[in-house]
Design a protein. Structure first.
Length: 354
């Protein structure tokens, strides 16, 4: 039966129309929400695919086979079984490449050098438990015996004596760099990480820059860096220039540059520890994009999941728990502009990390 209001209007009809309107509004809102969720899932899926696709890798284990130092044997800690993250010790070869491949690398590196060398080389030893680490810098001017290395195109390189350490990467890429480091140290490298000019600069920028302190004025025409002694907040391009500065500090040798590179490593650790990446998804994406875009890894770290697992297992590391040292060296008898590993000190250092 139809109801009439005081003004004679059909109130039951009004209620029906209002209910229909509410129903259409709710359906529209539901469709918008569902569409938003689908877009969000799609964007997340695209971001994951993009970051994963960024990573380049080299199958070092297959290339080198079993003729390598043994893997470190560690006893898991009692808490390890309760944690899904790995806790064993690790040895990682970290290289900074001076490759000019790509417009950004050419612009940042200056010039148009062909090929690529390991501009920076660090053996990172992470203790069992992953709360302490030792970073050992290997001067690129160190004269070494470079072993015969397999080539991606087939065949092998020849063994070379009294040749510069960074020539290993130049003649045989990551595989030869790893094999040369293992020959030099007697330590198996569990993983390999390489970052290029552009990747390093983008990482620093994504973190909002780094703060470093220099003890002396720096004026280096080659790296285009000018800094007065003191504390400075550097952007990515400036931080890269500092990492590459050689002639503007100390005696102009690679040893002076290594000290600045080690300071940068600690500055980056400090910056990461004070940046709220987990509460700022946009910045987390920028950092992840910067890291993966300029990164080459071994096949054990060539996925976003594997890199995230490694990063999470190292979350206890801070600049205070990371020790930085340089492999003990002495001037080479054959060339005073080169160095050789100083024994027995260098051997004792590597022995302490096995």
């Amino acid at each position: 039966m139809t109801g009439l209001g005081a003004n004679g209007r059909d109130t039951n009809g009004d209620d029906g129309r209002h209910a229909g309107l509410r129903s259409r509004v709710l359906k529209t809102a539901g469709l918008v929400l569902a569409g938003t969720l689908l877009l969000g899932v799609g964007a997340a899926g695209w971001a994951y695919w993009h970051l994963n696709d960024n990573i380049k890798s080299v199958d070092i284990n297959s290339a080198l086979g079993d003729n390598r130092p043994p893997r470190a044997m560690t006893t898991p800690s009692p808490a390890a079984s309760a944690s899904p993250l790995p806790t064993g010790s690790l040895n990682i070869l970290v290289l900074g490449s001076d490759s000019r491949t790509g417009a950004e690398n050419r612009e940042l590196g200056g010039g148009s050098s062909t090929g690529a060398r390991s501009d920076t080389a660090m053996v990172v030893h992470i203790d069992a438990g992953r709360t302490e680490a030792t970073v050992v810098s290997v001067p690129r001017d160190t004269l070494v015996t470079r072993p015969s290395c397999p080539l991606p195109s087939g065949g092998t390189t020849q063994e070379a004596y009294n040749t510069m350490f960074n020539s290993a990467y130049a003649v045989g890429g990551p595989v030869c760099a790893v094999k040369t480091v293992e020959s030099l140290t007697g330590i198996r490298m569990d993983h390999y990480l390489e970052i290029d000019f552009s990747g390093f600069a983008k990482l620093v920028d994504a973190l909002g820059g780094v703060t470093v302190t220099t003890d002396e004025d720096i004026e280096d025409e080659d790296s285009h860096l000018t800094l007065t002694a003191g504390t400075h907040h550097l952007d990515g391009e400036q931080a890269l220039a500092l990492a590459r500065t050689r002639h503007g500090i100390g005696d102009g040798s690679d040893l002076g540059r290594i000290g600045m590179q080690q300071n940068l490593v600690k500055a980056l650790l400090d910056r990461i520890s004070t940046t709220s990446l987990l509460t700022d998804p946009a910045q987390l994406y920028r950092v992840a994009d910067a890291v993966t875009a300029g990164l080459t890894t071994d096949t054990g770290l060539d996925s976003l999941n594997e890199l995230m697992s490694l990063g999470q297992s190292l979350r206890g590391l801070t600049s205070d728990t990371v020790r930085t040292v340089t492999m003990p060296v002495a001037p080479a008898p054959s060339d005073r502009n080169r160095v050789v590993a100083e024994q027995p000190e260098a051997g004792e250092l590597w022995e302490s990390l096995r």
